[in-house]
Write a protein of this length. Structure first.
Length: 154
């Protein structure tokens, strides 16, 4: 098992550089289509935390851990200390119900669609989101409409 730990300031300006660092770390371990889904999830999860996690301090740190096993890559994201509990599984919209012209409102649905599994709960006094991605091409999302919508080619 290989593990990498990252720390990010709770600011939108830090999301894109963090996503690029995470993507660079996993690109060799994942098939290109799985790496694409990983990047979508990382971006949406981190942006949602920064925008919506109601933390007791504005400068709270977001912690991300990547864990690679033989068959799976896990991305574990911890909200800043004191953030309100928010289980995205209870709030994610069905992507088909989202207006295609809407500028927002699909992030949680994208996470639920793109990750192979999604888990959320408290760990060590903090909210923890765990997303898993199967490393091989057998993942269930290789030819879904959302992949085509965002540029994945058959």
């Amino acid at each position: 098992m290989i593990e990498h730990r990252y720390h990010m300031k709770n600011t939108l300006e830090d999301v894109d550089p963090m996503v690029m660092s995470l993507k660079d770390c996993v690109c060799a371990a994942l098939e290109p289509s799985v790496a694409f889904r990983f990047e979508v999830c990382a971006s949406e999860a981190l942006k949602n935390i920064v925008k919506h996690a109601q933390s007791v301090t504005l400068d709270g740190q977001i912690d991300v851990t990547l864990t690679e096993t033989k068959d799976t890559l896990l991305m574990t994201v911890f909200d800043p200390v004191g953030a309100a509990y928010f289980d995205l599984r209870d709030h994610a919209p069905d992507l088909e119900a989202v207006d295609p012209l809407a500028e927002s409102g699909r992030g949680l649905g994208l996470i639920m669609h793109c990750a192979d599994t999604v888990d959320y709960g408290m760990s060590k006094g903090r909210n923890r989101l765990v997303l898993s991605f199967k490393k091989g091409p057998q993942g269930p999302h290789l030819t879904t409409p959302i992949d085509k919508q965002f540029g994945e080619q058959e």
